[in-house]
Design a protein around this ligand. Sequence first.
Ligand code: NI
Length: 184
Amino acid sequence: MILPIYVFGQPVLREEAQDITPDYPNLKELIANMFETMDRADGVGLAAPQIGLPIRVVVVDLDVLADDMPEFKGFRRAYINPHILEAGDNLVAMEEGCLSLPGIHESVKRPDRIHVQYLDEEMKPHDEWVEGYLARVMQHEFDHLDGVMFIDHLSALRKQMIRGKLNSMVKGKARCSYKVKTVK
Ligand code: NI
């Protein structure tokens, strides 16, 4: 089932999401719906707060990038209760966008490697260092679970430049090709 994507201005996007327990109801179905919603919107990642749920669940699909990055062939994963424990010192800049911020693309500096803990879809625990593009996507998505959006990492000047677009979103004017849920 395709769910509407919550857009900037929705309070749930600013909440601290909570870890879930293994008996969380209909988790498989929720994850399937998140994948379907992300696919429809042409995203590479989607966090549960973006569909209105303040829980620590994220889906990532890097298979769509496999033409350019063959290492991601077939890469479609869910991350449950993910947490970033530490990050490398080296920062790299890359342009980011977000399904909850339609029409905004900005360069964001982030550490190039991170140490993460999470459960996979089978509730199996993982503890690993991740680098490169996946580390970038994970940081963006896991930020959502802490109520953080990529625009929070921008300079005051860049924030000023996108203020008009943000104000429009809060007023319910989000231009995109997928179903959204704005505040108004
Ligand atoms: Ni996002």
